[in-house]
Write a new protein. Structure first.
Length: 212
């Protein structure tokens, strides 16, 4: 079922962390039985809980419009994140203490919302528990990937997120969000580094702005 969507736009860029609304795959490609589904969910849950930090370049694409943006991502479990888009767009998002602040360098303006109001709150939780507050709607395994459609209670307008993992070894590679018309935003990790130390200054917007 499709839900109403919410878009954040800064400087004309649709931010892939905040677009909500998605649908399960239309075909049966990669569909698994209940036993395999349960095993995959457990495998992914264990993997996500083993990842305490992430540093990566990223590529954000919109296949329909052809728009492509790149930048850097730093994430630390427990609600810490910084997403910085490369110039000329120059958008920065910093999340800490349950608040997500985004800064538009061109307009020199800061806005904020709750971290849990975005689908990415699923990845920022200190503990991922698919039997508690995160609901798995669909699991597919095909072509060396595992794809999971999930939702989390409390996301504005009933947000959905597709998590994409490599299969062997399992590793987070991408997340996908779609609007009501099936337009999708792909957020792909480039050369990700997992579980390296991450300094606290990465999650302080004033500190980040001073380094621009």
């Amino acid at each position: 079922m499709l839900r109403k969507i919410t878009r954040w736009m800064c400087g004309g860029v649709v931010i892939g962390l905040s677009l909500v609304g998605a649908a399960a795959p239309a075909s049966n490609e990669g569909k698994v039985d209940d036993v395999a589904k349960k095993a995959l969910i457990k495998q992914v849950q264990n993997y996500l809980n083993s990842v305490r930090s992430l540093k990566s370049r990223f590529s954000q694409s919109d296949p329909k419009s052809g728009n492509l943006y790149q930048g850097s991502l730093v994430l630390r479990r427990g609600g810490k994140i910084r997403v910085q888009y490369d110039l000329p767009y120059g958008l920065i998002m910093v999340g800490s203490g349950g608040e997500l602040r985004y800064y538009d360098q061109k307009m020199d303006k800061v806005n904020s919302t709750s971290t849990d109001s975005t689908p990415l709150g699923t990845l920022l939780s200190d503990i991922v528990d698919f039997e508690k507050d995160i609901k798995v709607l669909d699991v597919r395994k095909a072509f060396g990937t595992i794809r999971m459609l999930v939702t989390k209670e409390g996301i504005g307008n009933g947000g959905y997120l597709v998590l994409v993992f490599s299969d062997n070894p399992i590793a987070l590679r991408q997340w996908v969000v779609m609007d009501q018309k099936q337009n999708q935003i792909n957020f792909s990790l480039i050369n990700p580094v997992y579980n390296d130390p991450v300094e606290e200054c990465n999650f302080d917007l004033n500190s980040v702005k001073k380094r621009l």
